[in-house]
Design a protein around this ligand. Structure first.
Ligand code: ZN
Length: 251
């Protein structure tokens, strides 16, 4: 972890727009995790970000979805976010190109909506989307960072085919009806903010240094614990329904 922090600090002194030229990060979900992720990517000078979201801003979203204000209630997030991002970071000067896609990501449209992504950050409140992106990452060899937040706990889970365990190695694909979401259970705004910003920094780190995804770790955030951020080892499961028997790009 300290190695990641030291290397990230070294990046803050550089012009990342040159190091990341031609790269696109796709954010799935522009809410509690997606908002701080987008702000962080833009602040770091990421050249191109695609944002996929189908939802409208609700009043109850605003405490944790920091890109929106009461003036945006009822608007589609994809309509509000770019001008709000420019207001939040007035010095951007067009450094970060933001492409918005108003659609719900599904297994059927994943290939089309995610095509051309250098890396995908999943930050939606949709269990099915996490498994859809896990499958897409395995099938396309695109690295992905899958995020989840509920109440005071969150995860940041890097996936790359053949190099890491996948999301299905650790979590069961339960239906949305059976599993709690942050919209149902609530989530601390500070937690969503941390998870989104951390995922964005890991994405930048991965695309420059390329070594987040061979550490065999994922990250658990627990605001109630003595160690609020922990790296946890996770191994590929030989009977994983998604990745068992799938070889990676370097093997
Ligand atoms: Zn797996």
């Amino acid at each position: 972890m300290s190695e990641i922090i030291d290397k990230l600090r070294s990046l803050y002194k550089k012009d990342l727009s040159q190091l990341l030229a031609g790269r696109t990060v796709t954010l799935v979900g522009a809410g509690g995790v997606g908002s701080p992720a987008l702000i962080t990517l833009a602040a770091l000078g990421f050249p191109r970000v695609r944002v996929i979201d189908f939802d409208r801003v609700e009043l109850s979203n605003i405490p944790r979805q920091v890109l929106y204000s009461q003036n945006d209630v009822g608007r589609f997030k994809t309509d509000a976010l770019e001008s709000n991002l420019r207001s939040t970071l007035p010095g951007l000067d067009g450094r970060t190109e933001v492409e918005t896609v108003r659609d719900r990501l599904t297994e059927e449209n994943a290939d089309e909506l995610l095509r051309g992504s250098s890396l995908v950050i999943e930050g939606s409140d949709d269990h099915a989307a996490k498994f859809t992106i896990n499958d897409y990452a395995l099938r396309s060899m695109t690295p992905a960072i899958i995020c989840g937040v509920v109440q005071r706990e969150g995860i940041v889970f890097p996936v790359q085919r053949g190099l890491t365990a996948c999301y299905s190695c650790l979590f069961e694909d339960v239906s949305a009806d059976d599993s709690p979401t942050c919209a149902q259970q609530g989530v601390l705004g500070a937690l969503a903010g941390f998870v989104g910003a951390f995922a964005a920094e890991l994405a930048v780190y991965q695309l420059i240094f390329g070594s987040v995804f061979d550490r065999g770790k994922y990250y658990r955030v627990d605001l109630t614990g003595r160690l609020p951020l922990r790296e946890i080892g996770v191994k590929m499961r030989s009977d994983c329904p998604a990745c068992a028997g799938v070889s990676g790009p370097y093997v």
